[in-house]
Write a protein that binds this ligand. Structure first.
Ligand code: SF4
Ligand SMILES: [Mg+2]
Length: 451
């Protein structure tokens, strides 16, 4: 932990985006206060948010890790990140999941599972009894008789008691508090500090829909909680369960595990030496089903075998075999802390699908004068900064090898990694066909034509 002290983890001059009087503002302020109680280094805090008004929380914090996820899945993401960190890295990261009652309704089983596992995540459920962002619809948490936009005659279904549910899953730390409770920050701090699964249900009001449709203002909220006989404060603080990653690390048969790892994965040793001095981003854009991501994976492996750090981020539409396929690979002599590419060093475009996508997502407009583009001759590309090399990748290698060939040309001409390292990957992947691919890479380079 650094010696620096933190008065706040919020961005300078923070402006809360929530409607006037929204409980989310209180919850976020108390979360920040809880973090200042704990005084953790920001790099040791990971905030995972969900969809919904509370999902706007990411931009309010500075320096801590934030991950914005899909609706209801934040607890699954948080649990996965936490397990990966504690089992593979052990950096003592503290993961906090923050979601609304809508997200908790959609992703209830993720919360149940994380509690059963006793993963070291803290789940803050900001419960205002409805889906605020999508128009005030009722959720599984809406109390009996409450009027929402989807229960105009009053809710007739019993509300879920998340605290009781999580208690039945043997969740380690469970608390409930009003968003306006002065001790909320201490409760959240206790939850974050708890070594295992912790959940805090934060009772809020949504002025926009909760008050307007349901008449649930601050006074009515307290009455409703009272009527439901829901206690406030710390409800459960168990000391009798071990946290999952501790159990996992201490219970698995390491030898059996290692032999499984050996069988199912490849350990890449450093066999080559790269002279790369600074981080560089390579983007490969083509058509799904044409081995774009696989080819980029060969580059990734080749970079690792050259002693570099490397990351790969893929994107394709829901369908796996049609539309675009994009792969972003970062290579660096230093550790990589962010996997996005702001200004691409090299851009490989093998098809119209890929060109369309990186035009639409703005990547092409982020090319600089230093960017080098390797573009299939079938494509028209203009008004893009950088140097453009057009070659017949599709014609020479075929559609499903255009990316592997284009990357080979890029590696050879740029020298970002030793070409031998990339050839080695081609040989491992393509066996008898490898020499053919490598020969074609060299042939193409002879005929290169810079625009
Ligand atoms: S709609 Fe409701 S929950 Fe969303 S910001 Fe406004 S008051 Fe808050
Ligand atoms: Mg809600």
């Amino acid at each position: 932990m650094s010696e620096q002290t933190y008065d706040t983890y919020l961005v300078d001059g923070v402006k809360f985006p929530f409607c006037k009087g929204c409980g989310h503002t209180h919850s976020v302020r108390y979360l920040d206060k809880a973090l200042t109680i704990l005084q953790r280094d920001p790099s040791g805090i990971n905030l995972v948010s969900d969809i919904g008004c509370i999902g706007l929380v990411d931009a309010l914090f500075s320096d801590i890790h934030t991950v914005h996820t899909t609706h209801g899945r934040s607890t699954a993401f948080g649990a996965g990140i936490e397990l990966a960190d504690s089992i593979l890295h052990d950096s003592d990261l503290k993961t906090i999941v923050i979601l609304g009652d809508g997200g908790a309704t959609i992703g209830l089983l993720h919360i149940v599972h994380a509690a059963l596992l006793n993963v070291d995540v803290t789940v803050l459920v900001c419960n205002n009894y409805l889906y605020g962002m999508t128009g005030g619809q009722h959720s599984a948490f809406t109390p009996y008789e409450m009027v929402t936009t989807t229960t105009p005659g009053g809710n007739i279904v019993p509300p879920l008691d998340i605290c009781k549910l999580v208690e039945s899953c043997e969740g380690g730390f469970i608390a409930r508090a009003l968003a306006t409770d002065k001790n909320l920050s201490e409760i959240i701090a206790q939850a974050i500090d708890y070594p295992g699964f912790a959940l805090v249900e934060i009772m809020e009001i949504c002025p926009e829909y909760g008050i307007k449709h349901g008449g649930i203002d601050g006074k009515k909220l307290k009455e409703t909680i009272h009527k439901q006989e829901k206690p406030l404060g710390v409800l459960v603080n168990r000391k009798d369960r071990e946290e999952f990653s501790y159990l996992y690390k201490n219970s698995i048969d390491i030898e059996a595990y290692n032999s499984l790892i050996k069988k199912s994965s490849r350990i890449i040793n450093k066999e080559f030496t790269s002279s790369l001095k600074k981080e560089i981003g390579v983007v490969v854009a083509g058509t799904a089903g044409e081995r774009v991501q696989l080819s980029s994976y060969l580059l990734l492996n080749a970079a690792i075998s050259s002693g570099l750090h490397a990351t790969q981020k893929n994107d394709n539409p829901v369908t796996q075999g049609s539309g675009f396929s994009i792969s972003e690979v970062i290579l660096s002599p230093e550790e990589i802390h962010y996997t996005g590419i702001e200004e691409p060093g090299y851009v490989i475009i093998t098809s119209a699908d890929g060109l369309r996508e990186i035009t639409a997502n703005g990547l092409l407009s982020r090319c600089t004068d230093e960017t080098i583009l390797f573009v299939d001759t079938s494509l028209d590309i203009e008004n893009v900064k950088g140097q453009c090399l057009k070659l017949p990748f599709r014609k020479s290698f075929g559609a499903d090898r255009a990316a592997v060939g284009a990357l080979g040309v890029c590696v050879k001409l740029s020298g970002i990694i030793p070409h031998d390292a990339y050839e080695n990957e081609i040989k491992q992947r393509y066996k008898n066909d490898a020499e053919n691919i490598i020969e074609k890479i060299f042939e193409l380079i002879k005929h290169k034509n810079f625009m």
